[in-house]
Design a protein around this ligand. Structure first.
Ligand code: BV8
Length: 247
């Protein structure tokens, strides 16, 4: 069956996005993020509890640099298309690996943030949220101390390599993968687990998978359909087809 026809008949959609969806908003993808002064560092080291334990100031500054990038970024046509699809399809779940919050800015709701959100800051010992007012009052220290624990430091509320994902968020993502008829995958290299297992899980449960990426990879090879190109180009096309039927 062709994708156009399948879209017209589908009522339950799950979406998995990765860093590529934010590329056209000016946020370098995870692998490209190491530009300029950060080029000598490996994101796998910086985005890890070991990296933070060894060099908390360096890791904190890296996230401050990324927060500034994100603050300047706006949702692109890909983010907006997904928010529009959600308006037309009641059974729609958006799962993202991204930590930039651009899906919510575009109007998506109930977003499953597998890897957390860079806009939130928590205590490195207790995990409790740390308010922006505390951080600005203690901005001289990099990272600021935590108000929740004497030995605690402020850290971004993101899931680092080697850290467990939030159980509830992960279970909801597994459920969506099992229940959907179509999984749209956009902008991910399909390397990071357990996120990368979701398309396989969906297909094994009987769903079809469409992958959107300028480059071939594991996911484009296993997908039922592969749309070569950017998410800002292809997601609006899918949205237009889904909305044409005004379900
Ligand atoms: C865990 C937050 C267990 C931080 C991130 C099974 C097999 C193998 C390894 C593992 C496994 N299980 C666990 C592991 C280890 C590890 C892992 O997966 N390692 C990989 C690298 C081999 N996983 C973990 O550690 C996870 N934790 O499993 O814990 C556990 C259980 C109990 C108790 C303790 C522990 C945690 C993983 C989460 C890591 N955190 N982010 C931060 O952002 O600072 S992941 C990070 O990579 C980002 O979130 C990023 O989104 C994500 C994934 O990368 P992509 O999104 O795919 O981005 P990437 O740059 O790689 O690719 C971009 C793609 O876009 C490319 O394909 C490109 O072609 C495309 N593109 C470019 N432009 C566009 C585009 N596409 C469309 N349009 C465009 N314009």
């Amino acid at each position: 069956m062709d994708l156009h026809r399948y879209l017209l008949e589908t009522t339950r959609i799950a979406v998995l996005t990765g860093a590529g969806v934010s590329a056209e908003s000016g946020i370098p993808t995870f692998r490209e993020a190491q530009t300029g002064l950060w080029s000598q560092y490996d994101p796998m080291t910086l985005a890890s509890p070991e990296g933070f334990a060894q060099q908390p100031d360096l890791v904190w500054r890296w996230y401050q640099w990324r927060r500034e990038l994100v603050a300047k970024a706006a949702p692109n046509a890909g983010h907006k298309a997904l928010a529009s699809i959600q308006q037309h399809l009641p059974e729609f779940t958006l799962i993202t690996q991204n930590v930039d919050g651009l899906h919510q800015q575009a109007g998506s709701s109930d977003v499953l943030e597998l890897h957390g959100n860079i806009h939130r800051t928590v205590c490195s010992r207790t995990g409790s949220a740390i308010e922006a007012s505390w951080l600005s009052a203690h901005a001289a220290a990099e990272p600021p101390p935590s108000p929740h624990h004497a030995d605690g430091l402020a850290r971004p509320d993101v899931v680092w390599f080697g850290e467990a994902l939030d159980e509830c968020t992960l279970q909801q993502s597994f459920d969506a993968a099992q229940d959907c008829e179509l999984m749209i995958v956009a902008g991910t290299a399909g390397v990071v687990h357990p996120a990368a297992s979701l398309p396989v899980m969906a297909q094994q449960a009987g769903a079809r998978v469409v992958d959107i990426n300028p480059e071939h990879n594991e996911i484009s090879r296993m997908a039922n359909w592969y749309l070569q190109g950017t998410s800002a180009r292809w997601l609006p096309v899918l949205a237009a087809t889904l909305e044409k039927e005004n379900r």
